[in-house]
Write a protein of this length. Structure first.
Length: 54
């Protein structure tokens, strides 16, 4: 799943960033506060999305 799709599916709280430009498929650097088991923790990402587990 793409990073764009993961940000749409997360139940976490976006603390910073998160702006998505679907036209050029770009995600701004993003910090997301998540709980155990969140979709962002189950995927290997190579991008500018930092997850913090609460």
């Amino acid at each position: 799943m793409s990073q764009l799709g993961l940000l749409d599916k997360t139940r976490g709280k976006i603390l910073m960033g998160g702006r998505i430009d679907e036209e050029v498929l770009k995600v701004d650097p993003t910090i997301v506060l998540v709980k155990e088991g969140d979709v962002l923790l189950e995927s290997e990402m190579f991008g500018l999305i930092l997850t913090i587990v609460d």
